[in-house]
Structure formats: structure tokens, C-alpha cells
Design a protein around this ligand. Structure first.
Ligand SMILES: [Fe+2]
Length: 294
């Protein structure tokens, strides 16, 4: 861990925004020493049956940032989400700042560019984003030095972002009683996910961990914050020293019976474009449904 610029003495203010439609948690992360902030994993609302995209979730975040006089430095996408649409371009238009994602976005763009029969106008080089983070990539939110850890497994482009003593784990981990995310999407790998999770669990025990999703297992209230120590001790998939073989067997069997996320088709088309809705030959926003391809 010594290669990462970890600063446990820096405690950012983390404000969570829960979207009950997709069980996603978005965050505003404020640098304690300035007015600078970051947004992690924003959500744009979609009524897929009606083909209607709206901004209630994103507007809550924008209002919060404006009401508190904050300056948006970065929007972070922990990965290309398959269950909700990113609101990054909508928020960027209102508040500025840069949008970043893991550099392996190009792999996602390659695979899904083919599945969605995208033409040559769809760039597969990640250029829709302002920054493609490499393993260990460093950036500033005000005075706070932040860094990205490449944590493949759920998808090849997944990153965990660490800001002071807070880590935003994306879909590497769920709360201890939720376990881990699926690893069966194209480019996903259960063995890689296990290794990535071990690297997250090698962060300091007191590091606060913030989830991207929570589904309230066994009827408990929604939660999104835990610590490395709690995950190591109690995560039902990887805690208590579970072996890689045990994890891979369990994860593979479980993934085989999971349904596709309800919004995977619109989410991928939009999120692989950094949150922009694709347009048809007339310039109108339009989504496709590839048949029997996913
Ligand atoms: Fe995900």
C-alpha cells in the first residue's frame, strides 16, 4: 500500500444521495480544507417503458452543491454502470468540473460498441471523458490528494477512489451482509474480483468505505457506509479469511442464476458515452435494443 498517497488524517465531508429506483448511492465529497468537492456515481432518472429521462436525482445534488457554495472539481464514475444512467454531463453543464473513469473504458467501448452496432462516429478511445485514470492515478479535490486503484473483476474498468480517509468502492464490495457484486458481465472475472477486493481490504482498517449499491438484505434499512475492518471481519463473501477458490465457486454459481439488470440496455449505451444519450441520423436522442446479443 505504500505506493498510494494515503492520508487518514484528512476527513472529507461525505453526503449520500440514495436513489430507491436503482438502489444506487451517489456522493458529494467535500474537501475539509476548502470549498472544493467531487461527485461520485451520479444518477439520471429514466422511465424506460416510456423512454423518458429526467433529472430529479441530479437536481438534488446540484442544489446541494449550490446551497453550500461548493465548487465541483471532479465527477468520478467508479465504472460503467449497467443498472442506472450517469448524470455526469447534465451536472457538468450546470457546475463545470471534470469527468473521470478508469482507462479500461476502452475495453467496454469495444465490446459494447459491437453489440450495439455503433458506427465509426462512436469513438472507442475514451475521449468522451476528461480523464482516464490509470492504476494509482492521482488528482486533487481542493487541498485533498485523491487516488484511483484499478480493481477489475466486476468489470475490467472498475476503480476504487480514495479521498482522505474515505474510499468509494463502486461495485467491488457491498455492505458486509451484502457480500460482493456479480462478476459475469463481459470482461468480468470472479478470480480478479477476489484479488481486487483483497487490495481494498489491505487499506488501513479505519478507512471508511462507501458503497455504490445497497439492497437492504434480509429486510434491514438501507446502509452505505462501513470500514475495512468491518468488511474483513464480517463480509459474507470474502470476510473471515475466505479462500479465493471458495469465493470463485460461490460467485460463479450465484451469477449463473442472476437476471440481467433491468436497465442494462439503456445504461450501457449512455454510460459508455460518459452519460451522453446517443442520437440517431436526425440528431434526435434514441436508444437501441439489440436482440439476443446480451
Ligand atoms: Fe456495476
Amino acid at each position: 500500500m505504500s505506493q498510494y498517497p494515503i492520508s487518514m488524517e484528512v476527513t472529507p465531508d461525505v453526503t449520500a444521495f440514495f436513489d430507491p429506483a436503482t438502489n444506487t448511492i451517489s456522493y458529494v465529497v467535500k474537501d475539509p480544507a476548502s470549498k472544493a468537492c467531487a461527485v461520485v456515481d451520479s444518477v439520471m432518472d429514466i422511465d424506460y417503458a416510456a423512454g423518458r429521462i429526467t433529472s430529479e436525482n441530479a437536481d438534488k445534488i446540484i442544489t446541494f452543491i449550490q446551497d453550500n457554495g461548493l465548487e465541483l472539481a471532479w465527477q468520478i464514475e467508479t465504472h460503467v454502470h449497467a443498472d442506472h444512467l450517469s448524470a455526469a454531463p447534465y451536472i457538468q453543464e450546470k457546475l463545470g468540473g471534470k469527468v473521470g473513469v478508469g482507462q479500461n473504458i476502452t475495453m467496454i467501448q469495444d465490446v459494447f460498441g459491437k453489440i450495439f452496432n455503433e458506427g465509426t462516429e462512436f469513438q472507442r478511445d475514451g475521449s468522451q471523458f476528461d480523464r482516464l485514470f490509470k492504476e494509482g492515478g492521482v488528482y486533487q479535490v481542493g487541498e485533498m490528494t485523491c487516488f484511483a486503484m484499478h480493481t477489475p473483476g466486476h468489470t475490467p474498468a472498475c476503480m476504487v477512489h480514495v479521498m482522505g480517509n474515505a474510499a468509494f468502492v463502486g461495485d467491488t464490495l457491498f455492505m458486509p451482509d451484502g457480500g460482493s457484486a456479480r462478476a459475469d458481465f463481459p470482461g468480468g472475472c470472479a478470480a480478479e474480483l477476489y484479488d481486487s477486493i483483497q487490495r481494498v481490504l489491505a487499506l488501513p482498517d479505519e478507512m471508511r468505505l462507501f458503497m455504490c449499491h445497497d439492497y437492504g438484505p434480509n429486510g434491514r434499512d438501507i446502509q452505505w457506509e462501513t470500514t475495512v475492518a468491518e468488511e474483513k471481519a464480517a463480509n459474507i463473501h470474502v470476510g473471515g479469511g475466505k479462500s479465493k477458490d471458495e469465493f470463485v465457486k460461490f460467485r460463479t454459481e450465484r451469477d449463473a442464476v442472476l437476471d440481467m439488470p433491468k436497465l442494462i440496455i439503456p445504461s450501457l449505451q449512455v454510460n459508455m458515452r460518459a452519460g451522453e444519450v446517443p442520437v440517431d441520423e436526425h440528431g434526435d436522442p434514441m436508444l437501441k435494443v439489440p436482440v439476443n446479443k446480451i
